[in-house]
Design a protein around this ligand. Sequence first.
Ligand code: 5GP
Length: 342
Amino acid sequence: LAYCKSLPKAELHAHLNGSVSVRAIEKLIELRKRSEPDYKADDRVLSTAKAQDKIRTLADAFLMFPLIQALTQTSEAVTLATVEVISEFNDDNVKYLELRTTPRENTVTSMSKVDYIEAVLAGIARCSERLPIIVRLLLSIDRRQEVADASETVDLAIEFAKSKNARVVGVELSGDPKFDGRKFLPLFQKAREHGLKIALHLAESCDWMEELSEMLALPPDRIGHGTLLHNDPVHTAVIRENSIPLEICLTSNFICQTTKTFKDSHLDFWFSRKHPVCLCTDDQGVFDTYLSKEFEIASETFNLTKQDLFDTSLCGLRCGFAPKEELYAIERIWALFAKEHA
Ligand code: 5GP
């Protein structure tokens, strides 16, 4: 684990609200109590072994998210959550982080989607001043959303990508896989026409497998999970021809039982074909993990050498959505590490 910790890492698949740790949840509750002294949080968000105790399926995980989102309903709370999450990735020696989140409005607290995005960007800006970590943002479309709602998010992503230090670099599709994602395809086309990158959660469970051909035809710039894609030679061929990187989250897949054991993970299939994959945490708070641990699990499960781990980590950085010249500049950290550990 010491080597995995010391390795510079890039995290490309981290949902903001799912990444909030128990420690951060306690701070969010404290913040909430300042304006609502009698506020009582749901006991489930405070269980230290949340994932292991409560989550057995992807559907169980989806019950956790609203409990955390209930604590991030004001700009101040969203900024606090962002700062906490980034600080924890920084503590784990993550040098390049792409956070993703679904902009939400809240009529009770009068937080608009724009306020939400600005609150996340404020958290990123605060961390950028004091921590050696580069953070970029993807705006998420939730599969459950109406097209009009998602369309607003894409328009905001386009607008924010042009301004605000260009920290918004892409859009992504997530949310309950039981909902068909095809209705959002024109929106992703539009995002691409405006220079945004696209990541799609695909085939993470058996739900909506019939959408795959059309979704892959986009083609996305990266695939989230893609747990079951390697079972189909046609899909596999499209992914390989387009060299679409997969974001693989071992602990998340195992806890939700979308892969039965670590050994059964699709990571092996793509590794053995030298296809680009990025190890990621998905929801490090909910699944009680961190990126070094994901590297350690991969190393133990697939007998990876230090060089393999280094190459995987560098591959993660190279799959980032920031402009190539920026990623290239960050690569110097990896080069320095390689020199020191030669
Ligand atoms: P947020 O977007 O509120 O910052 O992060 C939580 C949201 O991310 C969830 O409501 C869900 O839409 C999405 N999410 C988190 N983890 C997963 C996952 O493993 N699969 C899918 N499909 N969506 C996820």
